[in-house]
Design a protein around this ligand. Sequence first.
Ligand code: ZN
Length: 381
Amino acid sequence: MTQTISVSCKLQVPVELCPEIDATLQAFADACNQILEVAKRENCRNVTRLHHLTYRQVRTMTGLKANHACQAIRRVVGNMKATKQVHKFRSTSISLDARVFAYRESDQHVGITLMNKRVWLPLSIGNYQLALLKGQTPTAATLVKRRNGDYYIQIAIDLPTEPTGKTPKVIGVDLGRRDIATTSTGQSWNGRQLQATRDRYSKVRANVQRKRTRSSRRLLRRLSGREQRFQKWVNHNISKKLVEQAKQIGAAIAFEDLTNIRNSLNQKPRNKTERRRTNNWAFYSLRVFTGYKAAIAGVPIVLVPPAYTSQACHHCLHIGERSSKSFKCSHCGFSGDADHNAALVISLLGGALVNQPEVPFLSCNLPDLSRDKATSPCGCG
Ligand SMILES: [Zn+2]
């Protein structure tokens, strides 16, 4: 098994080549926008059909190479499938496949086919990228122009994953807003600074949005990038620590399966601030980051059903009382930190899933507990 990740490498581009690259980026964006128009008009999300509808026209209008045009079609279809509304493509990146991209390890160069010629450009990279690229023959990459004018190439590589075995140990992770993540092993990452940063950005954004001038639009775009980068950095750190810890003690990582939480949460009446806080991508990206890091390290990931995880007592599995930060179980008398309790419940559920996947729910075997099943999350009888 392998896990695909992308390695971001800075390119050393001679000044005289920049216009050539920019022209290719612009042509690719033009092609994407043309294809998008057709795709919307014909309501078509099929690569082959869209190819028949647009290929010839795109080649003659933009002057792109054949493979660039094919990649543009794929890019449009991919974006349309990923997000509900695709508005417009900007000339900031171009997808490359094996016919228009090559990596030469001997002198750390990449070959890129532009509109009119093929160029070899040296990579400007450190040990981290060198180690990842060692021995690889990548067949896909994305050429990106950053806002400051630097060019980067994101090279897709396949890393071998370690086999994930069965393990009785499971680290449960509760994702929350006060604490970004709390583990069943007692570790937690405070979310207050993150929330404060996010609230500050949101406030500035609201102020700037009211003005609607060109400079305010520019500021807006810069802000959104900064907020995202901060969030990404936080999530990379947390996911790295989580996987390291799990690897060390040979455990699996369990998360709540929050796939549809956004929809169900939004149906309840909540105020605007609350809505914004739960609608961001933070949780999703944290799980994605943890997922690929875990795959490489051979740490299994389990997703458990989220029902009752924050209300059940990890001790006796009965419903307890949760008041913001603390949790109290009137059944067995346990009381403690609410997030930690939830993480422990997730760890129990995860353990049940990993070790006996045929019985995907916890059931308490204790006869005296199974009597009041109305209050028991396991629903056993
Ligand atoms: Zn209890």
